[in-house]
Structures are given as C-alpha cells and as structure tokens.
Design a protein around this ligand. Sequence first.
Ligand SMILES: C[S@@+](CC[C@H](N)C(=O)[O-])C[C@H]1O[C@@H](n2cnc3c(N)ncnc32)[C@H](O)[C@@H]1O
Length: 284
Amino acid sequence: MAEETPDVEEGIVYWENQPASYDGVLGGYGKGSLPRIESLGSRQFLLGLYPELSTVPSAYKPLNSPEHPKRVRALDVGAGVGRVTSDTLLHLVSDVVLLEPVGPFVQEALQRARASAAPESTPSANSEDRSFWPGLADHSKSVTILQGTLQEFDPLNPHRVAFLDRLGYQPPRPEDDINLGFDIIWCQWCLGHLSDADLVAFFKRSHAALKKDNPRSLIVVKENLCPDLPGKARTVFDEQDSSLTRSDLAWKSIFEEAGLKVIRQKVQEGLPGELYAVKMYALR
Ligand SMILES: C[S@@+](CC[C@H](N)C(=O)[O-])C[C@H]1O[C@@H](n2cnc3c(N)ncnc32)[C@H](O)[C@@H]1O
C-alpha cells in the first residue's frame, strides 16, 4: 500500500494553475511529436483488441461492409482538454463521454467540441490545429462533457457530477443512454490522483459499468510507471501535484484487488528517454 496518499483538492489546484492546452496537460511536451506518437500508440492498441473499429478497408472489412452495426461508447476520464477524446477515441468509436474536474480544462474541451460541431467546421490543413473533433459536425458521432472528480463519479450514475453539454449525434430518446454502460473506459495519466482505496473503488464501479451485451468491453489504463523494487511493488509520491506514480507490480496488485484481469499489456514506444516508462493495460 502507498504510504503517502494524494489530496484531491491539492491535485486540482495544481492543474488549475497549468495552461489549458496540450502543453499544459502534457507537462511541456504538447508541441513536439509526443502527442501524435502517443495517440497513434493508443489507436494501435485499441485496434489490436477491436479490429472491427478500423475505418480502413481490408480483406476482413471490405469497402461495401456496413459501417458499425452498433454504436460503440467510450468514457474518457481525467480528460484534461479532451486530447484523448479527439485524437484517439473519436477516430474509432461513435460516442464519447468525457469527464474532467478542472474548470479551465473542461471549458477548453467544451469550446473545442462546440467549434467542431459547428456546421461550417472542417478539418484544417494545419496539423497543429487541434480544434477539429471528428464526427461532430455531421452528427455521426457525439461527445458528452461532464465536470467532476473520479472519486465522486459513478459511470452508471453520472448525475452526481455536472452535465455541461452534448455535441453531435443525439439519440432519439436521450435518457436511454444514461445507464447504457460503456464498451471502453479509457483512463490516461490521471489515476495517480487516486489513493489505492479510491482507485479500487473506482475500478469496481467501472467494471460494473462495462456493457453487459458486449463480452469484449474493457477498461484501458495508460499511465506512467516507476521501476519496481526487486520483486516488490513500489509507489513514488509527487508533492508538486499530490499524485502517486505506481510500478508495474503496484498496478497489478490494485487490478487484482478490484477483480480485474489484465488481458493485454504494452509499453508505449517512442517517448523521450527522460520520461517515466508509459504502459497500456487492457482489463476486464
Ligand atoms: C496529465 S493530465 C492528463 C489529461 C488527459 N488524460 C491527457 O492525457 O491529455 C492529468 C489530468 O487529471 C485530472 N485530474 C486531477 N485530479 C483528478 C481527479 N481527482 N479526478 C479526475 N481527474 C483528475 C487533471 O485535471 C488533468 O486533466
């Protein structure tokens, strides 16, 4: 068990004082190649688990096959300015629910999503222009934006956190989708703000919120790793943002406590050598 535990308020105050931009959520690494390399690694990882989400025709998915017979729903938690939603998830799934506690970050995500949903919105030729979120302008996809912390959030009872807006596709009966559950629950670079006990509780609520009619629904954790101690789990407390970095064994012991099995794991390649290793775990 971790000796020092994250303080929710201190974590939020830290992030409120960072710029509401890619650079802000990525600790100064937002302007180089890291965001693109990182999101391509995530998309590849998801496609390995869900080849049918591919939008590129192949022998397995001919051009004339129906798009996706069912809408695929994902949750993006600790979402910052919506980077994972726009650069990873909306390229592959139909509906994303985004949760972020920090006011300036969630407002920036809202502004980006609203700009992309405007009828005249088109992808920019400028690859640095990150305001375009796929599928919102033509209403083929949707983003629902919620404000709150992971400690208070229950994916099956989202009413406990604030609803800000829903952009893009609207279901015929919006209430139908509230308790629908998720095919993919994506947790990236934010779980260090939860104590071990809060994390186990959140994983259990998330596990209960995986779609029952999809036996392959899953939780993805993409987080920094500190090295294990010899044969032993390790956690490192960061006083600056009041968060914990966990080692591979520390993550695995928490997954086990939450009743989750690792079905695939992969280290993110191509990140700068001075950073912590980053690993993706798919859990069910
Ligand atoms: C390093 S940023 C990552 C943002 C986003 N996941 C990404 O990869 O671009 C960490 C995020 O965790 C959020 N966060 C901090 N405390 C949180 C909490 N208690 N619950 C949920 N999110 C939290 C921060 O506001 C911030 O947006």
